[in-house]
Design a protein around this ligand. Structure first.
Ligand code: BGC
Length: 255
């Protein structure tokens, strides 16, 4: 199996893409730290799926947008499972509002969870790796919107654009420690973050018209890309973004 003898911490893994990543890595032998902000039942369901996939792990709650919590999650994970080899910064939120209406609270939430959370979770895991003299893998779940504008989602785009530059910097700075850092950038995936869209047939068909492969992404599509970047097969890949978007990002045609 591709992830034997490794421990992977997946933030925001009580649902959606995060849960699929947890299960996919578990199928390949990784032990999983299921991290989420609050929904203990949903996090326990992810852990049950990890066990059904033949592996094991634990649930640790914390708000990644708080540096205090981020450090606490990493300490608790190391205390319970002995080590962390792979960090998947998956936790993410978005808020829809015209620029002139964006509130400070919504801006702070989006930037804190998506960017500050990934930043300080990574710092805490890298300190652990450095202290234990081991390399490791950081994989961030970004978005096509690390490149592509998305009107009414400016705080979200700012957070994902920030992740794009964070990955490039950290790939260089952490290479001497044997740590690779990459982004996986999904397009439109059928999860709770897209509930409104999924229930609006007109909006959905307009979106599908922009996707060359003519379907929404599945959580497993994203999880498979994460598995590759987390595995030994990707040991020479760092500082880059893998798009999993059915061709959405660079779609252009004149017919
Ligand atoms: C956003 C979705 C959006 C998709 C494609 C994702 O990053 O979370 O709301 O539908 O990008 O635009």
């Amino acid at each position: 199996m591709r992830m034997n003898d490794t421990v992977a911490l997946v933030t925001g893994s009580a649902q959606g893409i995060g849960r699929a990543i947890a299960v996919r890595l578990a199928q390949e032998g990784a032990k999983i730290v299921v991290e989420d902000r609050q929904d203990a039942d949903a996090a326990e369901q992810t852990l049950a799926q990890v066990r059904a996939a033949g592996s094991d792990g634990c649930v640790i709650a914390g708000n990644v947008g708080s540096v205090h919590d981020a450090r606490g999650v990493v300490d608790a994970a190391v205390a319970k499972l002995g080590r962390i080899d792979v960090l998947v910064n998956n936790a993410g939120v978005e808020r829809n509002a015209p620029f002139l209406e964006v509130s400070e609270a919504d801006y702070d939430l989006v930037l804190d969870v998506n960017l500050k959370g990934a930043f300080f979770m990574t710092q805490a895991v890298v300190r652990h790796l450095r202290d234990s003299h081991r390399g490791g893998r950081i994989v961030n779940i970004s978005s096509v919107h690390e490149e592509l504008p998305f009107p009414h989602f400016t705080s979200y785009c700012a957070s994902k654009g920030g992740m794009k530059m964070m990955v490039r910097n950290l790939a260089i700075e952490l290479a001497p420690l044997g740590i690779t850092v990459n982004n996986v950038a999904p397009g439109a995936v059928g999860t709770a973050i897209n509930n409104k869209l999924l229930h609006d047939p007109a909006e959905l068909s307009a979106l599908l018209a922009n996707i060359p492969l003519k379907r929404l992404g599945k959580v497993e599509d994203v999880a498979n890309a994460v598995l590759f970047l987390a595995s030994d097969e990707a040991s020479y890949v760092t500082g880059t973004t893998v798009y999993v978007d059915g061709g959405l990002l660079w779609n252009y045609s004149e017919q």
